[in-house]
Every structure is written in structure tokens, then in C-alpha cells.
Design a protein around this ligand. Sequence first.
Ligand SMILES: [Zn+2]
Length: 295
Amino acid sequence: MILGMDIGGTNCRIGEFIPPCGVVNFEMFPTRKVFSSTPPVKALAEMISDYVLRHGENRTPKGICIGFPATIDKAKTTVLSAPNIPTLSGKEIKESLFALLGFPVWIERDVNLLLLHDLAHHHLSADGTVVGVYVGTGIGNAIFIDGKIYDGKHGVAGELGHIPVKGSEVVCGCGNVGCAEPLSGGRRLKELQATCFPDTHISQLFVSHKSHPLLLDMIDTMALPIAAEINILDPDIVMLGGGVLQMEGFPIDLLLEKIRFHARKPYPAQDLLVYLSPASQESGVIGAGIYVTKQ
Ligand SMILES: [Zn+2]
């Protein structure tokens, strides 16, 4: 029994991984409820133990991998900062949870697990240089080099949303001024809806206003950090996904055109290999399962 778990800002998802790319007994709980009053590690342990009790059929899990919407330290033991779930920030998870559960625990940035899933989904290898960009509320970024997750010195590599943009005075969720993320992620979309399109439901923004200059400008701004990473890494594969890209009517062809426009010619622009992440609630849980099989 291999368990995968994906903690999102809104929902926590858990399931039993079935190789090579499946899941059974998939369940979802509101994140707010899971982390409401109990200390976070204890809350996680209770949720996982309860799941094993109900679905384990007396099996001891081989292990669980948990994806967090957070930065994780290089040793992969501690959540450094989780803007959406502040109670997790600074918490040691791996050893504390192992002590409570009695089976191995791995923790990772959620986007790394998403990319593992998306590569398996498309039957692609993680060899060479692979990047994933996931535009949701923020801009998530995963980088794999020769099959290994690239972590950087502190474990916080791939903070693509925090590439500075000249001329912006917007304060980012990270505290810096002028990051790309608040100009091009879901937060910007919410602002545009509230200020410019109050009569359109946010889910219909691209359906109703695809050609509006403000939305076109947002797509162009979104392409900048993605093209910057492509120009730095010359990747074999680029995976694009996330809630904003999966919205109804999202002009994905326009985003690809803008990325190619800003990518250096002739290479890496000329034969850029881009895949789209499938929209699925289960991706992070399956990716977590794949992670366990690689340990
Ligand atoms: Zn920032």
C-alpha cells in the first residue's frame, strides 16, 4: 500500500497509488477543516491514520508522500513557508509524522509531484531538462534535471512567480515589490474581475472577454517568466498547467504564441516541446505515489 497526499489551499486529497499512474479510494477534505484547531502535524496524522484504518485492510503502508503548496527545506523535512496555510510554516513534518504513523513519510513541493504525474500521464521520461509551470493563484514551477528534482541551495529553486518585472509597484504575497506573480496569476484575474468585469463570473472571464486588452496584457505578462526560464534552461520538455490555464475559454494558443515570441531564436524557440497538464483532482496524489516508488 503506497499512499499519496496533496494538500492544497482549498482541499486536501488522499488516495492509494496504483502503479503506474492510477489511484483508488480517492478522498477529498476541506483544508480549513483539517487544520482548524489541532496542531498541524497531529491533524495530518489523524487524517492519515483514519484513512488507513478505513481502507488499509490490515496492511501497513510502505509509505506516504505529501505535497505541500509551500517551500520545503533542502533536506525535505520541514515546511519553510506556506502562505495559504500559515500554521504549517516552519513546522518539521517528516520525522514528527513518522513518529506518529510508524511508516515512512516524504514531503515535497506540490508542483514537483504534479510534474511527476504529468510526465507519467503523457508517457514522457524525466531525463534531460524538464520544466513544469502551473499557473493558479500563484505561479508554481518545477524543474527536473536528468531525472532529479532541482532544489537549489535552500530547496527553494523554481520560484518563477517572483521574477521581478520593471515598473511594477505591486506588493507580492512574498513581501517583495514588483514580482511577476501578482500581475499574471489568479490573483490578478480576481482583481480584474472585481474592478473591470463585475457582471461576469470569474469562471467566464475568458469566455466573455478573451480579446479585452487587459486580459491580453495579462497573458503577455504570464509568458515573460515562462520564456525567461526557457531561455535559461533550454528544456527538453515544457509542461504547462494550473487552474488559470484550465479555465473555460483560456487562450492557450495565444499564450504559446507569446512564449515562442519571447523565446530566443532559432533555439530554444524553434522546436520547443510543450505539453499540457491534464485537469484532474487526482494528479498530485498520483504524483506523490510515483515519488514513493522512486525512493
Ligand atoms: Zn513575490
